[in-house]
Design a protein around this ligand. Structure first.
Ligand code: ATR
Length: 277
C-alpha cells in the first residue's frame, strides 16, 4: 500500500512540491502519494496528525513551529531552529532541515560555484535565513555577514552559529560600508510583499553571484537589482527547491533521485534535455 506524504504551509496552492515528488516517485518506482495541505499556526498540528502521513515537508510560515513539535531533530535542524522535513517515528516526529544542503548543492553542482573562502552577505534573519546559514558555513565560506531589518534577529542568528570569527551581524544602515561580496543571498520575504528595500550597487562586483531563495515573481526584484549591479550570476530558488526535495525524498525512501529532468521541466527548459522520465 502506498504511503502518504504532504507539504503543509500557507499559501500552498502554488507549491511545486507535489509535482516534484510525483516525478521522483515515478523515476524511482516508489509507490507514494503527496498532497499540498493548507495549514496555519492555528490548525497545523491538528492537520498534521489527522493526515496519516509517513512524512511531511513544511513550508512558510511553519518551519519553526514544525521544529518545536519534533521529539528528535537532526543537528542541521537544531542549528537552524527550523524543520522543513518531518519523518514519522511511531507516534512522534523527527525533524530535519534540507534547505541548506539543497542550496549548497544547487550552487556548487548545478551552477558550478566554488563557495570556499567566499565573502557572503545574507539579507534576512528569519526561518529561511536560519535554514541556509549553517550549510553555507559547512561549505567553507570565509565570512558571513547577516543583515536584517530587525537587528536583534541578525544578532540572534549570528550568535546561534557559534562562530564569532566568521559570522557577523550588521544593521541595514551599514550596508553602504560593507564592501563587495562574492555571494549575496536574499532570504527576506520582502519581495513577496512587493517591496525590497533599496540596496547599494557597491555590494556587488562583476565576479559576484546573487541568489534569491524565492522563485518566480518573488525573485524578480532582487535578481533585477543584481543584474543591474553587474553580478555574473543571478540565481533564483528553483534549483534549491528541487534539491531540498531530493534530500527529503532520500530521508523518507532511502534513495536520492536525480533532479535534472524535473528542474528542466519546472524552469521551462525540458526540451533542452535528451532524457525524459
Ligand atoms: P521566512 O521563513 O521567509 O524567513 P520570516 O521568518 O517571517 O519568514 O522572516 C522574514 C524575513 O524577511 C525577516 O528577516 C524579515 O525581517 P524582520 O526580521 O526585520 O521582520 C525580512 N523582511 C520581511 N519584509 C521585509 C522588508 N520589507 N524589508 C526588509 N526585510 C524584510
Amino acid at each position: 500500500m502506498s504511503k502518504h506524504y504532504a507539504v503543509l504551509g500557507s499559501p500552498i496552492t502554488h507549491s511545486q512540491s507535489p509535482r516534484i515528488h510525483a516525478a521522483f516517485a515515478k523515476q524511482t518506482g516508489i509507490a507514494m502519494d503527496y498532497l499540498a495541505i493548507e495549514a496555519n499556526h492555528d490548525d497545523f498540528r491538528a492537520k498534521l496528525d489527522a493526515s496519516n502521513l509517513a512524512g511531511a515537508n513544511i513550508t512558510l510560515p511553519l518551519k519553526e513551529a514544525a521544529f518545536a513539535l519534533c521529539r528528535t531533530s537532526s543537528t542541521r535542524a537544531l542549528r537552524a531552529g527550523a524543520a522543513n522535513t518531518l519523518v514519522r517515528e511511531g507516534e512522534h516526529w523527527h525533524g530535519d532541515n534540507t534547505d541548506g544542503v539543497g542550496l549548497v548543492r544547487d550552487l556548487t553542482e548545478r551552477h558550478g560555484l566554488d563557495l570556499r573562502q567566499r565573502r557572503v552577505l545574507l539579507l534576512g534573519a528569519g526561518g529561511a535565513a536560519r535554514g541556509v546559514a549553517p550549510a553555507l558555513l559547512d561549505a567553507g565560506i570565509g565570512a558571513l555577514f547577516v543583515v536584517n531589518r530587525n537587528p536583534d534577529r541578525a544578532d540572534a542568528l549570528a550568535d546561534a552559529m557559534g562562530e564569532p570569527g566568521r559570522v557577523h551581524a550588521r544593521t541595514w544602515e551599514t550596508l553602504p560600508k560593507l564592501g563587495e561580496f562574492d555571494l549575496l543571498l536574499n532570504a527576506t520575504s520582502a519581495s513577496r510583499g512587493g517591496s525590497l528595500p533599496s540596496l547599494p550597487m557597491a555590494l556587488a562586483a562583476p565576479r559576484s553571484a546573487a541568489v534569491d531563495l524565492s522563485y518566480g515573481e518573488a525573485a524578480i526584484p532582487f535578481l533585477a537589482w543584481a543584474r543591474a549591479a553587474g553580478c555574473t550570476h543571478a540565481i533564483d530558488g528553483l534549483g534549491m527547491l528541487v534539491e531540498q526535495a531530493a534530500e527529503s525524498f532520500l530521508l523518507w525512501h532511502g534513495v536520492r533521485p536525480s533532479t535534472d529532468s524535473i528542474f528542466a521541466q519546472l524552469s521551462g527548459r525540458a526540451d533542452a534535455l535528451v532524457t525524459a522520465d
